[in-house]
Design a protein around this ligand. Structure first.
Ligand code: NZQ
Ligand code: ZN
Length: 386
């Protein structure tokens, strides 16, 4: 096992009606709240009204309209409000985009450093405003992790940022808040969760326990995604997906494994930076192409195990056959939940592949991925995804 430090400092309140604890939570941080949310789903579902009435005694400032693939301009606006209004706590209610945006606002509000410079130079965060995150979709797990991803459309850049100090202090995770997530967005969220798990499963060295933990969550997502899509108000299915997303990417499962940069994520971030597509859809399209590209004598045992343990492919002496069957099953699963499985279906052509590949290799550490990816590898994977 590799050495590791494990500190998940988020206090999680999971389950129906946990929102009733919100006034207690907020009161320990102060009176002035910045409520951050997206394009309006929280108003349609009634969460907005519930929060406003629970916090009627507090001073609430609002930053709505956070777009999927949140923009640096959203961050600047939030920082301006936090500084002007001396905000005590940020309440982030929505998907990963809302929570990620809130994390960078929290950090940039405690410094004079420009938020975009902070992100691209990966500056350490010594202080940040506290965040209470209320996720409304099972996808990124941003409510319990230390990462944030922000886009700068002016420069076609989408960059990740990490600090333990931007991890939410509290997460209220209520599966009923995800009942209204449309089927296509549920599928995209599931693809994102699966990709987080794959990125930690296909690693240079793993542990017995790490492998079994990751496999169990992968199987859970595969089992419950179709149920949640067919029966949007199935509490158990939504709960399994939501808790699965929260633990998929915050080191709970993979401590002791030898982790490395997330290769498929690195390639996908370029797709959403240039074409503003849904993160999970980009990942689903790239994943089987990446798997085929990196399948070799060095990786075939791993892919054969994946095929057998995840997709129940019969064990045989022909490990390549097993591995290929596993990749086909992965691709079929994504198709079965309705994800468009080619870049062409999203209107993406090959015009920017060269610069996207260059950028992915430079900024996302792809040369240190499970199987190192050069610029030419990335271009080939993009082309095979058209
Ligand atoms: O904006 P609203 O109206 O809320 O609608 C959203 C949005 O259109 C909708 N939605 C969310 N909850 C809903 C709902 N619609 C109906 N009912 C609900 N209960 O879903 C749409 C997508 O929202 P978004 O927040 O963009 O989705 P997601 O959670 O998938 O977040 C994606 C972003 O997170 C980044 C991605 O790159 C992308 O920018 N990531 C963040 C990570 C992290 N923090 O650790 C890691 C990931 O790998 C990822 O890169
Ligand atoms: Zn992701």
């Amino acid at each position: 096992m590799e050495n590791f430090q494990f500190c998940i400092s988020t206090n999680v309140l999971f389950g129906k009606d946990q929102i009733e604890n919100l006034p207690n939570i907020v009161s320990s941080y102060g009176k002035r709240i910045l409520l951050v949310y997206g394009g309006g789903s929280i108003k349609r579902t009634g969460i907005y009204e519930t929060i406003k009435s629970l916090l009627a005694q507090y001073e609430i400032h609002e930053l709505g309209g956070i777009a999927p693939n949140p923009r640096i301009e959203n961050v600047y606006e939030g920082v301006r409000i936090c500084k002007q209004q001396s905000i005590d706590i940020i309440l982030a209610v929505g998907g990963g985009s809302v929570i990620d945006c809130s994390k960078v606002i929290a950090a940039a509000s405690c410094t004079e450093i420009d938020a975009w410079q902070m992100i691209i130079n990966r500056m350490p965060v010594s202080e940040a405003l506290p965040i209470c995150a209320i996720p409304t979709i099972a996808a990124t797990g941003s409510e319990t992790d230390a990462g944030a991803v922000i886009s700068n459309l002016a420069t076609n850049e989408k960059r990740s940022f990490f600090s333990p100090n931007i991890m939410p202090k509290v997460a209220i995770i209520d599966p009923t808040y995800t009942f209204s997530v449309p089927a296509a967005q549920t599928a995209a969220g599931a693809a994102d969760i699966l990709s987080h798990l794959f990125e930690q499963y296909f690693v240079p060295q793993s542990t017995f326990m790490g492998d079994l933990l990751v496999e169990s969550v992968i199987k859970t997502i595969i089992k419950y995604t179709p149920t949640a899509m067919a029966e949007p108000e199935n509490y158990e299915a939504r709960a399994q997906l939501l808790w699965g997303s929260a633990i998929a990417d915050n080191a709970t499962l993979c401590n002791g494994n030898k982790l490395c940069p997330f290769g498929v994520h690195g390639m996908e971030h370029e797709l959403s930076a240039y074409y503003d597509i849904i993160h999970g859809v980009g990942l689903a399209i790239l994943t089987p192409r990446w798997m085929r590209h990196v399948l070799s004598d060095a990786t075939v045992e791993r892919f054969a195990r994946f095929a057998q343990n995840i997709w129940d492919i019969a064990c045989s002496d022909d490990k390549y056959e097993m591995a290929n069957q596993g990749i086909i099953a992965t691709e079929r699963f994504f198709k079965s939940i309705g994800i468009p499985m080619t870049l062409s279906e999203l209107g993406i052509g090959c015009e920017h592949f060269e610069e996207m590949a260059n950028h992915a290799v430079e900024t996302e550490g792809l040369l240190y991925a499970y199987v190192p990816l050069t610029k030419n590898d990335v271009i080939t994977i993009y082309k095979n995804s058209l």
